[in-house]
Design a protein around this ligand. Structure first.
Ligand SMILES: [Fe+2]
Ligand SMILES: [Fe+2]
Length: 170
């Protein structure tokens, strides 16, 4: 196993973006199938399937929140970049709310009702779009800033936090 300690935790977190986009494509295809063919997925099947994607997003947000906390310590509160960073955290909250809504909507899910399926598809698409745009903005502003400002010791701290959380989930 390659020892990634202190190597590039920023790239590791950022790589979730491309991993997610690959899965996004898969999710889009499946949702399309799901709506057009009359698959009789039960409520629990749909929940479980969507949870795969939702968990990737939520875990990634946790890692980014740690990165943001470290970045904030590097900046003066009057720094304009603080506003940009806070906007990302706000967007996480917006996306989390949308995910919460989709979970609630799933309670009314019935495989035979086309309208419910269409609604689910529409909501999932909107969330994916939000996440994609959000990730694109982070790629050009948040991650370059982290590379510029975080020290080797910050990166090690971030790596430890991310790894500890990952191990706790196992
Ligand atoms: Fe984010
Ligand atoms: Fe991100």
């Amino acid at each position: 196993m390659e020892d990634k300690k202190g190597v590039d935790i920023i790239s590791l977190i950022q790589s979730d973006h491309s991993n997610f986009l690959e899965k996004d494509d898969y999710l889009n295809k499946l949702l399309f199938d799901f709506l057009n063919k009359d698959l009789s997925w039960g409520k629990e099947d749909v929940k479980e399937f969507l949870a795969l994607f939702i968990n990737i997003i939520l875990r990634h947000f946790e890692d980014e929140a740690d990165l943001v906390k470290l970045l904030e310590k590097k900046m003066d509160v009057t720094d304009n970049k603080i506003i940009m960073i806070n906007a990302f955290i706000q967007e996480h909250e917006t996306i989390k709310k949308r995910i919460g809504q989709i979970n609630i909507a799933l309670n009314d899910y019935k495989p035979q009702v086309r309208e419910v399926k269409e609604n689910l598809k529409k909501n999932a698409h909107e969330i994916l779009e939000l996440v994609t745009k959000h990730a694109q903005k982070e790629d050009v502003s948040l991650f370059p800033l982290a590379r510029e400002l975080l020290t080797k010791s910050d990166l090690e701290q971030l790596q430890n936090t991310v790894e500890t959380r990952k191990n706790m989930r196992k």
